[in-house]
Design a protein around this ligand. Structure first.
Ligand code: CP
Length: 310
């Protein structure tokens, strides 16, 4: 039942998927994780195209890995050596890719770019990030990581820390969390990086209550999940504004001594907000989070390409 919602669908925002759809995705990812040596080649003879107009390590390569593991072939548009450099428009570029492939995973700095692509493409578009707006597969793997490490998403206490204004990961995570019933959600950011009104209004309409804080310390020891986000220098319209807030937060081993068994998530890449001495603590969950991007993206590709729930 849940898989019908996925088949042939564009993945533009996690808002477009119900909790039941997400559970179908997670159960399918569980199934792929259980059988690492005998993954069914459900995408044999299919071609997945990647088109990243912004840098990426995890999203691009984990989607490629996921597609290859399922038996698909992968083609990659590298904007810096393609006709994008000659001025070809996004819509013409997508028209070309859709005639060469069965699904396109794309990332673009402009908000709404994936939506535009979906309007000109006959094959499904998977949004790997559009400006500050959406990063649906990241939110899906974030929720999946919590589900695996904490056994549930409901009833937990969350702190989303850092750039809650420009980080598409923070917005998408909250959109996803709004499908569940968290006990509490704290948004920890400097005044200048508070969540945008459009995101606040969307999650409020979905019934998600949040509380804004300037610092993490008052809730450290009370939360189960600390979701760190990099302060996104590249998104600030005014570089002086970035200078005012950079380095506002830093999670260290000594800070986490008061965090109990809270897990620390981070979509990565990290800069200074997450010290390397945290890596050895049992709280550090961000490398596992990145690793789980592969089974979640395998499940996503499988379901969108009509593979059905497993
Ligand atoms: N989390 C994430 O989107 O990482 P990349 O920018 O490396 O894809």
């Amino acid at each position: 039942m849940g898989s019908i919602a996925w088949s042939g669908k564009d993945v533009l925002s996690i808002l477009d998927f119900s909790r039941e759809d997400l559970e179908t995705l997670f159960e399918t990812a569980d199934d792929f994780l259980k059988r690492p040596g005998s993954v069914p080649k459900t995408l044999a003879d299919r071609i997945v195209a990647t088109a990243f107009f912004e840098p990426s390590t995890r999203t691009r390569l984990s989607f490629s890995t996921a597609a290859l593991k399922l038996g698909a072939k992968v083609i990659d548009l590298s904007p810096d050596v393609s006709s994008v450099l000659k001025g070809e428009s996004l819509s013409d570029t997508i028209r070309m890719l859709q005639s060469y492939s069965d699904l396109i995973v794309m990332r673009h700095p402009s908000e709404g770019a994936a939506l535009l692509a979906s309007e000109v493409s006959d094959v499904p578009i998977v949004n790997g990030g559009d400006g500050s707006q959406h990063h649906p597969s990241q939110a899906m793997l974030d929720l999946y990581t919590i589900r695996r490490l904490k056994g549930r998403v409901d009833g937990l206490r969350y702190a989303v820390v850092g750039d809650t204004r420009y980080a598409r990961t923070a917005a998408s995570f909250l959109y996803g969390l709004a499908k569940y019933k968290p006990a509490s959600v704290y948004l920890v950011s400097p005044e200048g990086l508070r969540m945008r009104d459009e995101v606040k209004n969307s999650i409020r309409k979905l019934g998600l209550r949040t509380e804004e804080l300037d610092t993490l310390e008052p809730v450290l020891g009370k939360v189960d999940v600390i979701y760190m986000n990099r302060i996104q220098k590249e998104r600030f319209p005014d570089p002086n504004e970035y200078e005012k807030v950079k380095g506002s937060y830093r999670i260290t081993k000594s800070l986490l001594s008061g965090a109990g068994d809270a897990i620390v998530l981070h979509p990565l890449p990290r800069i200074n907000e997450l010290a390397y001495d945290v890596d050895d603590l049992p709280n550090a969950a961000y490398m596992e989070q990145a690793r789980l991007g592969v089974p979640v993206r395998m499940a996503l590709l499988h379901l969108v390409m009509g593979g059905g729930a497993r």
